[in-house]
Design a protein around this ligand. Structure first.
Ligand SMILES: [Zn+2]
Length: 430
C-alpha cells in the first residue's frame, strides 16, 4: 500500500507489466503468467478457478461464483488477458512498465482491457470481503487470444468446455460503458451491438507477358481499378435499432434534428470515428499482392479487403462489393464472423443504466454498436447475449477512441475507481 495506489490501479498496473502481446496467427507472448496472477488474486478472495491451456502458454482462467438468488440465470463477466503488440519506440513511456504519470496509468492494455480485468477482480473482492454475495451467480472469465479472434481463448473454451458457461444467459465485457462528451454533456455509451466481419480476397487474372509489350489484359491494372473503386465507395447510412437509438439520443442532448445521422455523430468529437462506421457497412483495402519482377506482367494480382457489415447483413455487403468490382474480379471469403445486436432494454440494460445513474446522476446512457468485435461473439454460440460494459467516467480531453490499440494507451486513475464502484453496484443489484 506504500505506493499510494488503490487496489484496482495496482492490479491493473501489475497486469500491464505482464507482456501478453498477441500478434495473431497463434504467435504470441502467451497469457500464462497473467493467468496465474489472476488465479492467485481469485484464490486470495476464496474463489477457486480453473486454468485452461488451449496451447502451450495460451491460458484462460474461469471461475464460478455463487449468487444470493440461485434461481436467477448466471451472468458471465469476462475480460481478456492478451494485448495487441506495442512498438516501444513510438511510445512516450515503456508500454509494459505500468507507469503512473499525471494521474493516469500508462501502458499497453490500460484501456484494452487490463483496466476492466482489474475492475472485475476488485469489485468481486469487495463484495466477498464484506461477507456479501453477488445477487446472481457469476461466471468470471479471463480469456486468452481475444485480439486474434479467440481461437486460443473464448472460442476454444466455448467449443471444448461449454459446461463452464452452463446456466448463463448474458454477459458483460469490454468497449462499452465509457463516457463521451456531447456538446458539454457527459453521456455513457452502452454497447448493445457488434458489427460482423468479412475478410475477403479480390483476385484479378490476366495474361502473363513481358513488361515491354502492349498488353491490355493486365491483372495488376484490373485489380487496381477494383481496389480503387471499393476504397472510394461510400456505403449509405442504414440505421439499425441500436444506431437509431444512438442518433436520436445524441440529437436530443444537442437539441438538433436527427435527420442527418452522419452530421449528428460528427458532433461527438473524436469518438465520432467509432460511431460513424457503425452507421453503414464499411470496406477498406488493406493488403496488395502482385508480381515478382519489374519487367514481367504477372497473370494474377490479389488484394485483401476488410469488410465490416452491419449485423445479420453480411451477404448483402459482399453482394454490394461484387457489384462494385464487376465480373472480371473473383471475390473469395477468407475469414468471417457474425455480428450481434441485442435490445437496448430489459432487466440487464436497466440495471447497468441504473448503476451508472447512481454514480453519475443525470448522465444519459445511450446504446451503440461497436464497429469491431469482442469475445461476446464466441459466447453467442452458446446463446449468451453479450453487452459491452466496462464503465469509465472520462474527461473530454482524453481521446479515448485513439487509445484502443493506439500509442500511449492510458487511463485516468479516478476512472478506475468509478468503474470498480459501478461494477460492484451492478453485481450486487442485478
Ligand atoms: Zn479488447
Amino acid at each position: 500500500m506504500t505506493d499510494g495506489l488503490t487496489r484496482t490501479a495496482r492490479i491493473a498496473r501489475d497486469l500491464i507489466r505482464f507482456d501478453t502481446q498477441n500478434w495473431g496467427g497463434g504467435r504470441s507472448s502467451g497469457e500464462a503468467d497473467a493467468a496465474a496472477y489472476v488465479a492467485e488474486v481469485l484464490a486470495a478472495m476464496g474463489v477457486q478457478s480453473e486454468t485452461f491451456e488451449s496451447a502451450p502458454g495460451r491460458a484462460s482462467v474461469v471461475a464460478r461464483v455463487e449468487g444470493e438468488d440461485a434461481s436467477l440465470p448466471l451472468l458471465v463477466v469476462h475480460g481478456h488477458l492478451d494485448v495487441v503488440p506495442a512498438d516501444a519506440a513510438e511510445w512516450s513511456v515503456d508500454p509494459f512498465a505500468g507507469e503512473i504519470r499525471d494521474g493516469l496509468l500508462w501502458g499497453r492494455g490500460a484501456v484494452d482491457m487490463k483496466q476492466m480485468d482489474a475492475m472485475i477482480l476488485v469489485a468481486l473482492e469487495r463484495i466477498l470481503a464484506s461477507g456479501r454475495k453477488p445477487r446472481r451467480g457469476l461466471v468470471i472469465a479471463f480469456f486468452a487470444d481475444e485480439e486474434a479472434g479467440g481461437a486460443y481463448g473464448a472460442q476454444w473454451l466455448v467449443e471444448h468446455h461449454p459446461e463452464l458457461f452452463e446456466g448463463a444467459t448474458e454477459a458483460i465485457s469490454e468497449v462499452g460503458g465509457y463516457s463521451i462528451d456531447i456538446g458539454g454533456q457527459r453521456a455513457y455509451l452502452l454497447q448493445t451491438a457488434e458489427k460482423a466481419l468479412q475478410w475477403i480476397l479480390l483476385r484479378a487474372r490476366g495474361t502473363a507477358a513481358h513488361g515491354s509489350q502492349h498488353m491490355r489484359d493486365n491483372a495488376v491494372t484490373k485489380l487496381a481499378r477494383a481496389v480503387a473503386a471499393v476504397g472510394a465507395h461510400e456505403f449509405p447510412v442504414e440505421l439499425t435499432d441500436t444506431t437509431r437509438g444512438l442518433i436520436a439520443g445524441i440529437a436530443e442532448i444537442l437539441d438538433v434534428e436527427a435527420d442527418d445521422p452522419d452530421a449528428v455523430a460528427e458532433r461527438t468529437g473524436t469518438v465520432s470515428r467509432f460511431l460513424r462506421s457503425s452507421l453503414r457497412h464499411t470496406a477498406n483495402p488493406t493488403m496488395l499482392d502482385a508480381g515478382y519482377k519489374h519487367n514481367v506482367i504477372p497473370s494474377v494480382a490479389e488484394a485483401r479487403i476488410d469488410v465490416r457489415p452491419l449485423p445479420g447483413r453480411e451477404a448483402e455487403a459482399i453482394d454490394a462489393i461484387r457489384a462494385i468490382v464487376g465480373d472480371e474480379i473473383e471475390v473469395e471469403l477468407v475469414h468471417g464472423d457474425i455480428g450481434l445486436e441485442h435490445p437496448f432494454g430489459g432487466e440487464l440494460v436497466e440495471a447497468m443504466t441504473a448503476a451508472i445513474g447512481r454514480h453519475d446522476p443525470g448522465a444519459p446512457v445511450l446504446p451503440y454498436m461497436l464497429s469491431g468485435g469482442t469475445d461476446n461473439k464466441s459466447l453467442a454460440a452458446l446463446g449468451i447475449a453479450g453487452y459491452g460494459f466496462a464503465p469509465l467516467r472520462l474527461t473530454p480531453d482524453l481521446d479515448f477512441a485513439a487509445m484502443f490499440h493506439g500509442v500511449d494507451e492510458r487511463v485516468p486513475l479516478d476512472a478506475l475507481e468509478f468503474g470498480t464502484d459501478v461494477l460492484e453496484d451492478l453485481l450486487l443489484t442485478y
